[in-house]
Ligand binder design. Structure first.
Ligand SMILES: Cc1cc2nc3c(=O)[nH]c(=O)nc-3n(C[C@H](O)[C@H](O)[C@H](O)COP(=O)(O)OP(=O)(O)OC[C@H]3O[C@@H](n4cnc5c(N)ncnc54)[C@H](O)[C@@H]3O)c2cc1C
Length: 159
């Protein structure tokens, strides 16, 4: 069973994406329960997981795969560089605000939502900017919404 809190699965994605996901799940005979949240989960002695849903019902499942939310793995980064949700705050050049020679891209950055395509675009831009800075030139402004072709690591220190 697929449970989603919104009116469709993958809420917030383009309608074509959501439609494709629904069609794929239906072809796999997966039941879809919309407008419902998982309120809590408890592992039973049997190894199964019991879910309590927002409609008051309970569901026992062999495998429970929560795919909601995203918590940045930023515990190793000084809190002064993070926003309240734990994402690294960068300026419009992708430089970490409040630190010299420090840049951040990808899921850990607060500049855009965590998404592979955006990570690619940021990574390409970052590689250009690092090249410019190493040549003692000014870095370029990062335009949100760009596309890229390869991926670098999320956090990078130079200088
Ligand atoms: C289930 C799932 C489905 C997704 N589907 C899509 C999708 O369909 N389309 C899309 O655009 N995006 C999707 N994403 C998001 C996409 O995977 C990420 O946006 C992308 O991988 C971000 O790249 P990143 O390099 O910033 O982070 P990551 O890919 O998470 O790479 C970070 C790396 O840093 C390493 N690391 C972490 N902490 C440390 C540390 N302290 N020291 C050393 N190394 C460390 C990690 O092990 C990891 O290898 C999905 C993500 C998930 C979880």
């Amino acid at each position: 069973m697929q449970i989603a809190s919104g009116p469709t699965v993958l809420e917030g994605t383009p309608p074509s994406v959501s439609k494709t996901a629904v069609n794929t799940l239906q072809k796999l005979n997966v039941d879809i329960k919309l407008g419902t949240k998982v309120e809590s989960s408890t592992v039973l002695p049997s190894g199964q997981t019991e879910l309590t849903l927002s409609d008051g019902s309970k569901l026992t499942t062999d495998v429970y795969l929560p795919t909601i939310g995203l918590k940045p793995n930023s515990s190793y980064i000084p809190e002064t560089l993070l926003n309240p949700k734990g994402f690294v705050v960068v300026d419009e050049y992708l430089r970490v605000k409040g630190a010299d020679g420090l840049w951040a891209v990808g899921d850990i950055s607060a500049i855009q939502r965590p998404q592979y395509a955006l990570t690619e675009a940021q990574s390409i831009h970052l590689s250009k900017n690092i090249g410019l800075v190493l040549q003692k030139k000014e870095p370029l402004l990062y335009a949100t919404g760009g596309k890229g072709k390869f991926l670098l690591s999320s956090f990078c220190i130079i200088g």
